[in-house]
Design a protein around this ligand. Sequence first.
Ligand code: G6P
Ligand code: MG
Length: 225
Amino acid sequence: MNKTGVIFDLDGVIVDTAKYHFLAWKNLADSLGFEFTEAHNELLKGVSRVRSLEILLDIGDATVSEEKKQEFLISKNEEYLKYITKMGADEILSGASELLDALDDLGIQYVLGSASKNAPLILKQVGLYNRFLGIVDGNSVSQAKPDPEVFLIGAKKLNLKPENCIVFEDAIAGVEAANRANMTSIGIGDKKTLSGADYNFNNLTEISADFIKDLIEKLENNKEQ
Ligand code: G6P
Ligand code: MG
């Protein structure tokens, strides 16, 4: 039986969908008559769809009815779906497939822990859906990251204690969620931005099979103490 498991965030770790979220949110901002920049888009990483809309409306200083908000959430997602339904395996981020292969070789199981309600569709588009033992997505949680709920459900799917789980995340909210869940957090992206992570890498190509092996050994030795 495995003593250690891995939980992957999706957007920004396995695939880069931030650019499509950006185009879809920008389309909404344009229609409302205010500017939405790539820097603004950074604020939406790892954040739920509903919270993203609230942040966007704040940026534009726009006050809209609850009914309009619901309309915007639907139209933004329809626009976003136009992009993601065109995705293919060529959009898997460098190093991701190799890392999954390395975990398979070590017999380490992994699940997905994403805020996105589109996570299953995206994984199917890029041909990775069947590789995950389980999928925890935006439909399975009541609390968004930085709440640890998404990762705690992931640990249950792995049948492991939280402290036996390793999380790969590219968002500040996600690293915080992993830390609050008492898991080992690995930040993928800018080290300064993700300074709260236990380990940092610029991207998944920097992660060697040896690093994973050593980390797993370290976690398993700690457990036995
Ligand atoms: C991920 C992305 C966020 C996005 C969220 C919800 O966490 O990093 O930018 O807002 O998923 O995505 P969804 O596909 O449900 O709109
Ligand atoms: Mg992410």
